[in-house]
Design a protein around this ligand. Structure first.
Ligand code: C2E
Ligand code: MG
Ligand code: MG
Ligand code: MG
Length: 287
């Protein structure tokens, strides 16, 4: 039996519970212990500009290697941490770790950090971000926060205030996983996003399906209308890069140019890989 540091709820499980319930309980308890023991690390995944091939930044992605189960996807443990009230301490750790690591990089690239909607709602967020920047020495201009639409839907006015305070510090904000939620042009227009990240589902089929390309076009359009640069996520093949370039995206992220890894990918190698898209386009024009 372990006790939470953040609530009075006991953290327990026993053999009488349903298997799936027990599994989740167990994981939640291990997660809580891991937060306190600092058993996490970050991976970084490169992002690059299509027009120049240049690296613009790296996204910090949280990794948890469970002592007996091995690596567990953040898609599984982040929601668990959100349910159990462990997300804020975890998120604080990520933000500080990302700032401290980025401050040591040889080139002054931007570091993107995913922010939970629950953390955006935390009144201490602004002071905490300020402290992470001050203590790491990372300039605010090198930090970008990625938020999903659900962050804004909860309490629109408070979210807007928090975002305005972050922007006033010089921090950039991106709307993550765009297109799969509820954002309308109206929501986009009322928030000061510096860029939009399209969900990877919009590029999965574009080489095979004209309909998929038409859908991609429709999710790129709001960004174009509002003058917000659009980054395409999940780019794995040169042909996908060629198509998103043609459809108006300005940057990409994906296995084609770099997998998440302990160290930021080499910008020269990334620049070479970025040439693969234009090459595919040229070939298509010739043939
Ligand atoms: P996300 O922010 O949309 O991150 C992109 C995800 O796509 C990452 O998964 C990345 O590894 C994966 N990815 C990148 N390129 C490719 C590709 O070419 N193909 C495919 N199939 N996948 C690709 P990951 O690292 O498993 O993270 C999943 C989600 O967990 C993230 O989605 C984000 O929502 C959340 N997450 C990760 N780290 C954090 C964190 O520190 N804090 C919070 N609040 N959420 C996080
Ligand atoms: Mg992954
Ligand atoms: Mg993200
Ligand atoms: Mg995303």
């Amino acid at each position: 039996r372990a006790k939470s540091a953040h609530s009075d709820q006991p953290c327990f499980y026993d053999s009488a519970m349903d298997d799936a319930v027990r599994d989740r309980r167990e994981l939640a308890c291990d997660l809580r212990a891991a937060v306190q023991a600092g058993a996490f690390h970050l991976h970084f995944q490169v992002q690059a500009e299509i027009a120049t091939g240049r690296v613009t930044g790296y996204e910090a992605l949280l990794r948890w290697t469970h002592p007996s189960r091995g690596p567990i996807s953040p898609a599984k443990f982040i929601p668990l941490a959100e349910e159990n009230g462990d997300i804020v301490p975890l998120s604080v750790w990520v933000l500080r770790e990302a700032c401290f690591q980025a401050a040591l990089w040889p080139d002054p690239h931007i570091v993107s950090v995913n922010l939970s909607p629950l953390h955006l709602a935390d009144p201490q967020l602004i002071a905490m971000v300020r402290a992470a920047l001050d203590e790491s020495g990372l300039p605010a201009e090198r930090l970008l926060l990625e938020l999903t639409e659900s962050a804004i839907i909860r309490d629109r006015r408070y979210a807007l205030r928090q975002l305005a305070a972050l922007k006033a510090m010089g921090i950039a904000i991106a709307l993550d996983d765009f297109g799969v939620g509820y954002s309308s042009l109206d929501v986009l227009r009322s928030f000061p996003f510096d860029r939009i990240k399209l969900d990877s589902s919009f590029v999965a089929e574009i080489e095979r399906s004209e309909q998929a390309v038409a859908i991609l076009r429709s999710v790129v359009a709001p960004g174009t209308i509002l003058d917000m640069p659009v980054l395409a996520e999940g780019i794995e093949r040169p042909a996908q890069l060629a198509i998103v370039a043609r459809e108006g995206c300005s940057a990409i992220q994906g296995y084609l140019i770099g997998r998440p890894s302990h160290r930021p990918a080499d910008p020269d190698k990334v620049e070479d890989l970025m040439q693969l898209g234009p090459r595919v386009l040229r070939q298509a024009l010739v043939s």
